[in-house]
Design a protein around this ligand. Structure first.
Ligand code: OSB
Ligand code: MG
Length: 369
């Protein structure tokens, strides 16, 4: 089904976080988000670009994403229209910039699905109508402060806790959380590439705590080193930053570099590539879960739909809107019994609330095709 596209709006919004979010790569206090709105003959489609302000988590950053969309990706869209499923092939001559590509593809898919009256979840192959939710807990100034934060999240119903770790903030906080909340708590850690293979001995100390997994302990391109580390740890190794495509996922599984994958659609260039990773991992018996990038309701809606696919057997970083923002730009996602409902409306199933959106908008540009 070819859809004629008249143009694309790139809109930037400033979203203060309810609390600073500290990881091994930096501290986030506010989210500078790029939203993409495509206008097509079938109607409009929305998406959120996951790129952050600075190129720390990965090489993309929000100004760069807006630039590559404006200068290269949007102008490459054929004037006589295209099938949203073919946009990946149209953008393929441009290397990298997966978060920018993902946003454009998702907005086009949203427009098409809204036109057809089909939900994102149904289109992707969701197998359930709600998903269990985990929460990613940043590095704190002290262990008591961390325990208070974890206690509040557990009280809100989160079914799995992920602690951000780095050298100097790893074994001690993990031990404290285990001692305080018990062995039944689903607990995992995320290093965001903060260690090297020389830390192997130190990381084996985490094996005593029954963690679900350790996420991205080593550098992004240390695939072979992750395989070596995985052999030495009892804690399953999960990759995030290292997996930028289905080909990477297949290579990592074959190498033994990971036994779990964090699937972030933005990181891998979109929801269709994310589904390919899900399919490859499922074929190998490798569990996957849906990661997050501190998304607004627009990005969250699509992630929750993806997390409902059958191979997503671990709780994701699909937290409720209020874990991030006092006021979201969509109707907020609210946990019920530790779960979020998969949206059922056409396309993403959510839209920005016009007043809330205008309130946080910092710039807009229109790119006609
Ligand atoms: O490594 O998973 C990560 C947030 C921003 C960038 C990278 C990561 C994260 C998170 C939070 O851990 C996930 C979320 O709640 O959106
Ligand atoms: Mg991660």
């Amino acid at each position: 089904m070819r859809t004629k596209i008249s143009g694309v709006e790139l809109r930037r919004i400033a979203m203060p976080l309810v609390a600073p979010f500290r990881t091994s790569f930096g501290v986030e206090t506010s989210r500078d988000v790029l939203l993409v709105r495509v206008v097509t003959a079938d109607g409009e489609g929305w998406a959120e670009c996951a790129a952050m302000s600075e190129p720390r988590y990965c090489s993309e950053y929000v100004d760069g994403a807006q630039h590559v969309l404006r200068e290269f990706l949007i102008p490459a869209l054929p004037k006589d229209g295209l099938d949203a499923q073919a946009v990946g092939r149209v953008l393929d001559p441009f290397t990298g910039h997966r978060m920018a590509k993902s946003a454009l593809e998702t907005a086009l898919l949203d427009a098409r699905l809204r036109g057809a009256g089909e939900s994102f979840g149904s289109y992707l192959g969701a197998a359930r109508d709600r998903v269990p939710c985990g929460v990613s807990v940043g590095i704190m100034d002290s262990v008591p402060e961390l325990l208070d934060a974890v206690e509040a999240y557990i009280a809100e119903g989160y079914v799995r806790i992920k602690l951000k770790i780095e050298p100097g903030w790893d074994v001690e906080p993990v031990r404290a959380v285990r001692e305080r909340f018990g062995d039944e708590l689903l607990l995992q850690v995320d290093a965001n590439a903060a260690y090297t293979l020389a830390d192997t001995q130190h990381l084996t100390a985490l094996d005593d705590f029954g963690l679900l997994l350790i996420e991205q302990p080593l550098a992004n391109d240390d695939m072979v080193q992750h395989a070596a580390l995985a052999k030495r740890l009892r804690t399953p190794v999960c990759l995030d930053e290292s997996i930028e495509s289905a080909a990477h996922a297949a290579a990592a599984i074959t190498l033994g570099a990971c036994s779990v994958i964090n699937v972030k659609p933005a990181r891998v260039g979109g929801y269709l590539e994310a589904r390919r990773i899900h399919d490859i991992a499922s074929a190998h018996g490798v569990p996957v879960w849906c990661g997050g990038m501190l998304e607004t309701g627009i990005g969250r809606a699509a992630n929750v739909a993806l997390a409902a696919l059958p191979g997503f057997t671990l709780p994701g970083d699909t937290s409720g809107s209020h874990r991030y923002f006092a006021t979201d730009i969509t109707e907020p996602f609210v946990l019920a019994d530790g779960h979020l409902d998969v949206p059922t409306g056409p396309g993403l199933g959510v839209l920005p609330l016009p007043d809330a959106l205008d309130e946080v908008t910092t710039s807009r540009e229109w790119i006609a095709l």
